[in-house]
Design a protein around this ligand. Structure first.
Ligand code: MFK
Length: 556
């Protein structure tokens, strides 16, 4: 009988082992800033492979529990979470995963430092990154739209003191769906001034253990649609620790994100404060979800990186057909393609991180603000889809072990699947990118930005890459002109391919810039491989194409 057993994959220091992250930071940070933040990232990189990883695994093994009644029949609606989950909350505060962005020690680049921390923390955190995303989004919302009375809440959201730190929920989804937010039916009845009582139900509320939540409701008598909605702040619990006129109907039974409490709620006269004035709620809360969408993009690349780190380590342990997996050329090629996907997605995600930091510090030009508006949905939708593909490929790289629950690997795939659903699905975000194009000269800004960045390259090996990228830019421009005259059905039916073309072409420009700046073999090879692919695959969604789609969908 064979005595063969396999060596499980292991993680080293997640900062030291990440050549891409380190190369990116060397590229984008001034030397003195890098010298200052590197010890912090290295320390967190160690924790991400040790105590934080263990806490994440423990939180995953002890999912939250809804306790509707106490032993005496009183409705209590407690959500019990594990010690590990609560410890992750404390670590988030002391590590300043949110605070680092608001302390702004390094001006606009503080966002790079902060998102590098999130990138290390997220894949070990059992999705504690989700409450942090919403907390950060709420903090930004209060900075932009809140008045002085909101300062104490903001101070809690960006605190490093675990006893002061609060997280915030983001309750946008009702039974009518997570996408069509304008049909929100929760009603806000005015009590006095900015104080309201909310009546309605929220169908998906993530991290329902938060101290506060931002939500949307329609003030009595306000018009239908998204412009009739307003944004409200809710303090979930009173001094007695009980929920304030909020009934928890149940916790959701989800494919993944199992440590994360996600509840269905009924608001039964819940006290809430109007923030940012009445009306235009969707436009205002976009300040919040544009931050959470950046989190989504960074969490997606972080998940890809974790999946690849495990698969690469395993390939150096596992022998088959007389040699290590990493000695098989086809397997190396497969891992290399995954690395390339990660590299492109990483640069795209951190491109929006950089723009977000500039916006928040008042350093962004008009052009950069337009690029930020356009690239957030593009980066979110693209990185989410690629994260799922890479997680799936990584599981396959383990063979049967990748399919076994107790290997811990299936969680990579389950948890990645949510990334393309919450915070706007791929189609909703494709339409959002289209809307950004329709409502401004965004596309012209983007095309001239890419052209400017690719002019005057010093690495000649990248010239053909730049030519291919510029050709893709030109095809996108020509397509957009045709689409503009062909009408909205043409544009909408082609919106997904359009968004992917923007993502791939922007990633090409970033890979070329990176290769040009670093001039190292890996960065140049990555740019060349990426640009050898089709960057701008577009759909001419004319009437004939759309009729074909209708027929295909029906199946005859
Ligand atoms: C680790 C990662 C963790 C992530 C945490 C996840 C936990 C959170 C769980 C959730 O809450 S998931 C639910 C998230 N829900 C969404 O993301 C909503 C998805 N749906 C959309 O994004 C729709 O596109 C949208 C609701 C915005 C469409 O609604 P409408 O009413 O058809 O919008 P419309 O009329 O286009 O836009 C209304 C206004 O908002 C316009 O401004 P104006 O009134 O000035 O014209 C738009 O320009 C503005 N707007 C819309 N999207 C925007 C935006 N502004 C800036 N950025 C955007 N993305």
């Amino acid at each position: 009988m064979s005595e063969f057993v396999q060596d499980p994959p292991r993680l080293g220091n997640q900062y030291d082992d990440d050549a891409l992250l380190r190369a990116y930071l060397r590229w984008r940070l001034p030397a003195n800033m890098l010298a200052e933040v590197e010890p912090d990232l290295r320390r967190l990189g160690h924790r991400a492979a040790t105590d934080i990883l263990a806490l994440g695994e423990s939180a995953e093994a002890s999912p939250p529990r809804h306790v509707p009644y106490d032993a005496w029949g009183h409705r209590v609606d407690r959500i019990e979470t594990s010690d590990a989950w609560r410890e992750l909350d404390r670590i988030s505060a002391t590590e300043g995963i949110v605070a680092t962005a608001y302390e702004r020690r390094h001006g606009p680049r503080s966002r790079i430092h902060q998102f590098a921390k999130l990138y290390l923390f997220a894949p070990s955190s059992a999705l504690y990154s989700c409450p942090l995303a919403m907390t950060d989004g709420a903090a930004r919302f209060l900075e932009v739209h809140g008045d002085k009375s909101m300062q104490p809440v903001l101070a809690h959201l960006i605190s490093r003191d675990p006893s002061e730190f609060w997280t915030s929920g983001q309750w946008m989804t009702e039974r009518t769906g997570g996408s069509d937010v304008g049909s929100t039916s929760t009603i806000a009845a005015c009590e006095e001034g900015d104080s309201y009582s909310l009546y309605g139900s929220k169908w998906f509320t993530s991290a329902t253990t938060s101290q506060v939540a931002m939500t949307l409701a329609r003030i009595e008598g306000a018009p239908a649609g998204s412009h009739g909605l307003s944004v409200f702040l809710i303090h979930l619990r009173g001094n007695d620790g009980l929920l304030r006129n909020i009934r928890i109907e149940r916790l959701k039974d989800k494919l993944g994100t199992r440590a994360l409490p996600t509840a269905e709620l009924t608001l039964e006269g819940t006290p809430a404060q109007l923030v940012g004035g009445a009306g235009d709620g969707v436009r205002k809360i976009a300040t919040l979800f544009n931050v959470t969408r950046v989190y989504n993009a960074v969490a997606a690349v972080a998940g890809m990186r974790r999946a690849i780190a495990l698969a690469s380590d395993f390939a150096r342990r596992r022998r088959a057909f007389g040699k290590l997996l990493v000695e098989h050329p086809l397997h190396v090629g497969t891992l290399a393609e995954m690395q390339l996907e990660l590299r492109a997605a990483f640069l795209l995600a951190f491109r929006v991180v950089e723009l977000l930091g500039k916006d928040e510090c008042g350093d962004a030009t008009e052009s950069e603000l337009k690029l930020l508006r356009f690239l957030i949905p593009v980066a979110k939708l693209y990185t989410a889809k690629q994260a799922i593909a890479v997680a799936s490929e990584a599981l396959e790289a383990f063979g049967g072990a990748g399919y076994l629950e107790d290997s811990g690997l299936p969680r990579l795939l389950r948890d990645s699947q949510v990334l393309s659903i919450w915070e706007g699905t791929t189609n909703i975000l494709s339409l959002d990118a289209l809307r950004a194009v329709e409502r401004g000269d965004v596309l012209a800004e983007w095309t001239s930005d890419v052209r400017r960045r690719l002019s005057g390259l010093k690495v000649t090996a990248l010239s053909s890459c730049a030519e291919r990228t510029l050709s893709a830019v030109q095809r996108i421009e020509q397509y957009a002109e045709r689409a503009a005259s062909a009408g909205s059905e043409f544009q909408q039916a082609g919106a997904r391919r359009f968004a992917f073309a923007i993502a791939r072409t922007e990633a090409a420009a970033l890979l070329i810039e990176h290769g040009n700046a670093q001039a190292d073999q890996v960065a140049v090879t990555a740019a060349r491989r990426w640009c050898a692919r089709e960057l701008a695959l577009l759909t001419e969604a004319d009437a004939e194409y759309r009729a074909g789609s209708v027929a295909l969908e029906r199946g005859g």
